[in-house]
Design a protein around this ligand. Structure first.
Ligand SMILES: [Zn+2]
Length: 134
């Protein structure tokens, strides 16, 4: 058995449910070629799935390099963006807010975190769900 075939066989088979979810998310993203950033809760609303389901599909895409997760922090009062972070643990305890002229922190809920995915259009465009399922 060639190494390439071994890797292919070692991959987890896609469940029909995950296959359906990934297919829906991919076609949602392909319908919006101008958007490089996707917010899971908006996708969930648009395709009529739960946020958890959309996260599952996006994580699947991330493992294949078609999406990258990051975290946006917003002022809880004014919705002004306070920063972008690659990981949750990268978010500092306190963030300066020019609008409120104070510091916000996640613990007292004076700011909020949104999970965002950057879409890799090149990877997504050659992404074929039927091929991954085989
Ligand atoms: Zn603020």
């Amino acid at each position: 058995m060639s190494l390439a075939n071994w890797f292919r066989r070692a991959q987890q088979p896609l469940s029909p449910r995950l296959q359906e979810l990934v297919g829906k998310v991919v076609s949602y993203l392909k319908d919006r070629p101008a958007e490089d950033e996707a917010v899971p809760k908006f996708i969930a609303k648009a395709i009529n799935e739960s946020e958890v389901s959309v996260f599952t599909a996006l994580r699947f895409l991330e493992e294949r390099g078609a999406a990258k997760e990051w975290f946006a922090v917003f002022c809880g009062t004014s919705d002004v963006p306070l920063g972008k972070f690659a990981a949750l643990q990268d978010i500092p305890k306190e963030l300066d807010c020019d609008v409120c002229d104070t510091q916000h922190c996640l613990v007292d809920h004076t700011c909020k975190v949104e999970v965002v995915y950057t879409i890799n259009r090149d990877k997504l465009s050659d992404f074929d769900i039927r091929e991954s399922a085989a």
